[in-house]
Design a protein around this ligand. Structure first.
Ligand SMILES: *Cc1c(COP(=O)(O)O)cnc(C)c1O
Length: 462
């Protein structure tokens, strides 16, 4: 109890030099909260009988308060080193923007712009016009519109095309994407009535034909994205669905999820259809994400036939789903890189990481390990091992990309402990544990991550 009594009071602490310095840098209420938090925790330790006398030394108390103020004033949103090998990691922000986008982003963020101003006519313009021509040029579509994300794109299209009417979907395509985006629920929100056809594993053209009635507004195809049905399966292709739609004068829509604009099969990445293939198949309306395989900012992109896109541009819901100017700048900057396929592959981080060869990854792993070794303590042991990375973002769920992993070992620290401390510490570094080792996959590491990794490892050994 004597220790409890010797815990200083707030007023006394406020007179200390270290705290006066903190008050010069931070608002008083934040410093006061930090002091109270530290004193509360000291009192709790004293009552539990675990308080040591040196914890009450002025230097120790001040350091505790400084840490608390630093914690309270740090940005919540911060950079994380992605050593998981999941390229389109939804929890870590999906796609990284290309550095090539930065000049346009700066220009639009810090200056006024022609966001909704037609510079030629000197009258109000449309924010949607800036990327429409580019999207049409790249995909072969007649018209395009961009919204906040793909979920919004699906909601808008269904609300405009099928409210109060029936939408025919295969039972094998009623998908749930992470974060509980469920196709049946979005259809309900859009006011459309779901008409399920076929079975989980097999759906045939006749299933769609039999379901079409005067109440049918739309035939919808949804890319299975994050799962695969294998074995005895049958699915109706986009081209066949378009033929059925034309027979009955019913439009066809496809939610293709990823929005791949390049054929990645030369890199062993097969099975994800490109947007252009859906346009060529004659699909009337196609929706996809901006920040999955496309490698741009979060956005929902709608491309297709003019007669179906035009009403979407006038729909009341569009205002609530509209894309912001920074996103639009990042999207235009990203799409421009697709005009030259080699440039897109080299400059868009998502594509660069996905198409990196095994040899390239191995030599990068050597060089990264060397640089981390140089900057961290000798007790950190780094070894290279072969492994598998994943695409993520609900694309190519079964695809295994061969990669090189850096295994990190420090005597006296378990891999579980290391994982927790690297994730919770400065830098934060996300990796994974496999067979008792903490691993960093070089596929998703950036060159400028290396100082953060080295500092995070130093904090474990110091
Ligand atoms: C990812 C995905 C969505 C949701 O896209 P967001 O851009 O995250 O809103 C919708 N449909 C499919 C098929 C998807 O793969």
């Amino acid at each position: 109890m004597t220790l409890l009594a010797s815990i200083p009071k707030v007023d006394r602490i406020l007179e200390r030099d270290g705290i006066k310095a903190l008050l010069g840098l931070h608002p008083r209420p934040i410093v006061l909260d930090a002091i109270r938090a530290v004193l509360d925790s000291l009192r709790a330790s004293a009552r539990a009988g675990t308080l040591q006398e040196e914890q009450l030394h002025e230097g120790a108390v001040t350091a505790g308060i400084e840490r608390e103020v630093a914690r309270a004033t740090a940005c919540s949103l911060r950079r994380v080193v992605n050593g998981t090998g999941v390229v389109i990691h939804t929890n870590l922000g999906r796609s990284l923007l290309s550095k090539r986008v930065k000049p346009l982003l700066d220009e639009i963020a810090y200056g006024y712009s022609n966001l909704e101003f037609d510079l030629e006519k000197g009258e109000r313009g449309s924010r949607y016009s800036h990327v429409e021509r580019l999207l049409c040029e790249l995909t072969g579509a007649e018209a395009a519109l961009v919204v906040n994300n793909n979920a919004a794109a699906v909601l808008l299209a269904l609300s405009a095309m099928a409210a109060g009417k029936e939408v025919v979907v295969s039972r094998g395509e009623l998908v749930e994407i992470g974060g509980s985006f469920r196709i049946p629920d979005v259809m309900g929100q859009g006011g459309a009535i779901l008409r399920e056809v076929g079975t989980t594993n097999r759906t045939h053209p006749r299933d769609y034909r039999q379901a079409i009635t005067p109440e049918t507004a739309l035939l919808l195809k949804v890319h299975s994205s994050n799962f695969a049905v294998v074995g005895f399966t049958a699915e109706v292709t986009a081209a066949d669905l378009v033929a059925i739609g034309r027979e009955h004068s019913v439009p066809v829509m496809a939610d293709i999820g990823s929005g791949c604009l390049l054929d990645l099969s030369p890199f062993g990445i097969c099975g994800e259809p490109t947007v252009q293939e859906f346009i060529r198949a004659g699909v009337d309306v196609i929706t996809f994400s901006g920040d999955k395989l496309l490698g741009g900012p979060q956005a929902g992109i709608i491309v297709g036939r003019r007669e179906f896109i035009a009403p979407l541009k006038k729909h009341q819901l569009l205002r609530a789903l509209r894309i912001d100017k920074l996103t639009l700048a990042a999207l235009e900057g990203t799409l421009r890189l697709y005009r030259d396929e080699r440039q897109a592959l080299a400059e868009i981080p998502t594509l660069r990481m996905l198409t990196a060869s095994a040899g390239e990854l191995e030599s990068r792993a050597r060089s990264i390990a060397r640089r981390i070794r140089r900057a961290s303590s000798p007790s950190v042991r780094l070894t290279l091992a072969g492994g598998i990375s994943q695409v993520g973002g609900g694309a190519y769920p079964l695809l295994e990309l061969p990669t090189t992993l850096i295994a990190v070992e420090i005597d006296g620290i378990t891999p579980q402990d290391m994982e927790v401390r690297l994730r919770g510490g400065g830098g934060p570094v996300a990796g994974r544990i496999h067979k008792g080792r903490f691993l960093l996959d070089v596929r998703t590491l950036q060159d400028d991550d290396i100082p953060f990794i080295a500092a995070a490892l130093r904090s474990l050994t110091d």
